[in-house]
Design a protein around this ligand. Sequence first.
Ligand SMILES: Cc1cc2nc3c(=O)[nH]c(=O)nc-3n(C[C@H](O)[C@H](O)[C@H](O)COP(=O)(O)O)c2cc1C
Length: 192
Amino acid sequence: MKKLLYIDACIRNELSRTKRIASPIVESLKKRYEVETIVINDLALAPVQIEENRRRANGIVSEEALCWANKIKEADRIVIAAPFWDMSIPAALKTFFELCSLFGVTFDSDDKTCFGLCKAENLLFITTRGMAIKTGDPLEQATPYIKALSWLWGIKGFEVVARDNFDYLPQEIIEKEIASAVEEGLLIAETF
Ligand SMILES: Cc1cc2nc3c(=O)[nH]c(=O)nc-3n(C[C@H](O)[C@H](O)[C@H](O)COP(=O)(O)O)c2cc1C
């Protein structure tokens, strides 16, 4: 069975509307993939600072980060679920990426530029936003970032399931939006 890596950055956990959308979609992908989940909340990550940078410059990478990087490299598909925070993604997820987006593992370079080393053909990003900001709006800096990162890793396919205005819509409409996002994701999951 092919492998799918699910990166769960739904920081509010059981309160997370993003997680309510992502969970049934990932569940349905289990029919076709062996799913491994990394829960960002469980990792208690500290931002990458000068010491980590020095270690890396000397070729020293933590075993944990190398293990995450290899999971990303070897996955056949990747799903990332994260809320829209400060016009982008939660810092804990960015820290995770900084730790495991590793030269020589997830990407490499020749004498001109970088290129990806990851096996995945497709990445699905699932998110919800507080304000009425649609995917593609210049104010929306999460999707372009995840897309650019998947380019760095060499992943060509990119799908996004997003809903917005969740901090302002009445609860009954939010419920309908969650249901329609799940439906949209389940449809993507059939061919993902
Ligand atoms: C720390 C934090 C930062 C946020 N920043 C933004 C933001 O910049 N723009 C926005 O539209 N919503 C923002 N929101 C609102 C969330 O995007 C919105 O409530 C989303 O649905 C949360 O997803 P969740 O229910 O999965 O946690 C923020 C929420 C939190 C807690």
